[in-house]
Design a protein around this ligand. Structure first.
Ligand SMILES: Cc1cc2nc3c(=O)[nH]c(=O)nc-3n(C[C@H](O)[C@H](O)[C@H](O)COP(=O)(O)O)c2cc1C
Length: 219
């Protein structure tokens, strides 16, 4: 039994390649494990608000010192963290926008990476005062980009999408990650066709591998 949190971040509702990968992933997963729970959070269509001065002040207050308006400003953050904490697998289906993650997805990370909820901070730890409070989660990135070569060679220096998601997810308890990426969308040529076909074909084996790991770890 696995709990999956699926985040979708494309601003496009139709023709979205990353949403298509997400659908395939969810369908493949449920075909193997129909009773597993997939919680979906669509930040592309319903972007979380940017955090504010009041949000920051509220998270740094001890819980008992928060007034009604602090609690109000943290309501969505509490809800999003409530979806995240029980998840074994965090699936993030996202486009690359301007060489990084969409602002809506960054807003989701800003809402869920929270002191004393998802990470602790202690200067006694020396140069690494931040530690995640959760562990053992797996991150699956299902991504789409217009350009190509972002993951390996020719344009990897422009790729601020995958490294940023991986580093930020560490603070949520992610310890391993998998990537399925469609590239060359803007070219629409055979490189795009090949990339799309390869990514689509990678979903089923990935799901089987993750299922095998889940089964092994619960033995
Ligand atoms: C606002 C915007 C910014 C984009 N920036 C980039 C970029 O920096 N690099 C890139 O390779 N593709 C970029 N693209 C192309 C998208 O990553 C590509 O169209 C992808 O398929 C979008 O994901 P989706 O199909 O799930 O909506 C951008 C597209 C949009 C709409």
């Amino acid at each position: 039994m696995s709990r999956i949190l699926l985040i979708e971040a494309s601003a496009r509702k139709t023709r979205s390649l990353s949403r298509n990968l997400a659908e395939r992933f969810a369908a493949a997963w449920l075909s193997h494990a129909p009773s597993d729970e997939i919680i979906r959070r669509d930040v592309g269509l319903n972007p979380p608000p940017a955090i504010t001065e009041q949000w920051i002040a509220a998270v740094f207050k001890p819980e008992e010192a928060r007034d009604a308006s602090d609690k109000q400003v943290l309501t969505l953050s509490d809800e999003l963290i409530g979806e995240l904490i029980p998840a074994d697998i965090l699936v993030i289906a996202t486009p690359m926008y301007n060489y990084g993650m969409p602002a809506a997805l960054k807003a989701w990370f800003d809402q869920v990476i929270r002191i004393n909820k998802t990470f602790s901070f202690d200067l006694a730890r020396g140069d690494n005062p931040i530690e995640p409070m959760q562990s053992g989660k797996t991150l699956v990135m299902l991504t789409a980009a217009g350009e190509g070569g972002l993951l390996d060679s020719i344009a990897s220096h422009k790729n601020h999408l995958h490294p940023h998601i991986i580093e930020a997810s560490r603070l949520l308890g992610v310890e391993q990650h998998e990537t399925v990426a469609i590239e060359f969308q803007e070219f629409g040529d055979q490189r795009f066709d090949h990339s799309q076909a390869q990514a689509t074909a990678a979903i089923e084996p990935l799901v089987e591998r993750l299922m095998e790991q889940t089964t092994c770890s619960s033995r």
